[in-house]
Design a binder for this molecule. Structure first.
Ligand SMILES: C[S@@+](CC[C@H](N)C(=O)[O-])C[C@H]1O[C@@H](n2cnc3c(N)ncnc32)[C@H](O)[C@@H]1O
Length: 267
């Protein structure tokens, strides 16, 4: 078991408080997921998300698969995954924050999903056997870890040969300056802990993954611009701002953008 660092404790405190709140921390649920996926879920469950995108739809889950959700929070992605893998499949949510686990377990019971369990644990030492899962999903969590290379090694360990990764996460264009990395508020708010895109890809490669892809999540970025979460230095129409943001290699400031990340463990 990982000994929690100061960062873990700060993140736990932030999301322990969030677990008692009503809802969306970054983007509203109905802008992250296809509406059809949320249908039939009680409104308070469908709207409780602290995610940066939708890692479930691109995972193309198949009936019977075993899925692991890292940093499962209130459980929304687990609930969506559990319906897709069906009674013959299994979903495991892992989170280190007890309040989140309690909320997720209660909600799973309310919905009547039996192919799902929530385990308390750290991403850096996952409470899951080697070669056990077909798909790892995660939504706006890996950026919060103080040891991302270790998290990626753990994902590789628990995936079956041929298993895949489908992650939504905040990624940046250049290393975050040390001073900013010490900003607890921004770390817990999923920005200052973000990895540069090239470093994320390199760490995935070092952990053993192949077919690595990191792509900006343009739908979520457009919504963030519309909601004023991404701001231009001067007045700029949304689409022009997005085009500007996407030329981020040339920008000398950090830009933080939701990305969809996929990779595979060789068969
Ligand atoms: C931003 S929230 C996202 C929750 C959920 N994935 C969602 O989309 O709503 C981050 C979650 O990850 C958990 N978390 C963060 N770092 C973790 C770590 N190192 N180990 C285990 N859980 C972690 C937090 O407790 C919190 O529930």
């Amino acid at each position: 078991m990982t000994t929690p660092t100061k960062t873990h404790l700060e993140v736990q405190k932030r999301y322990g408080e969030f677990a008692h709140s009503e809802g969306a921390c970054c983007a509203p649920h109905n802008t992250l997921y296809p509406l059809a996926a949320l249908q039939d879920l009680p409104a308070d469950i469908a709207s409780f998300t602290a995610g940066s995108g939708d890692p479930v739809t691109p995972a193309r889950l198949q009936p019977g698969e075993t899925v692991l959700d890292l940093g499962s929070g209130g459980g929304l992605d687990c609930f969506l995954a559990a319906r897709q893998v069906g009674a013959g499949g299994h979903v495991i949510g892992v989170d280190m924050t007890r309040e989140m686990l309690e909320r997720a377990r209660k909600n799973a019971e309310r919905i009547g999903l039996e192919n799902i369990e929530f385990r308390e644990g750290f991403l850096e030492s996952l409470p899951v056997e080697d070669n056990h899962v077909d798909v790892v999903i995660s939504n706006c969590v890996i950026n919060l870890s103080p040891d991302k290379p270790q998290v990626l090694r753990e994902i590789f360990r628990v995936l079956k040969p041929g298993g895949r990764l489908s992650v939504s996460d905040i990624v940046t264009n250049r290393p975050v300056p040390e001073e900013h990395r010490k900003d607890t508020e921004d770390w817990c708010g999923c920005t200052s802990g973000a990895l540069p895109s090239s470093e994320y890809a390199e760490e995935l490669r070092k952990a053993g993954f192949v077919d690595i892809k990191l792509e900006p999540d343009l739908d979520v970025a457009r919504q963030a611009i519309d909601q004023g979460q991404i701001q231009a230095p001067e007045e700029m129409p949304g689409e022009a701002l997005l085009q500007q943001v996407l030329k981020w290699e040339t920008c000398d400031k950090n830009i933080f953008l939701p990305h969809l990340i996929s990779a595979r463990k060789s068969a």
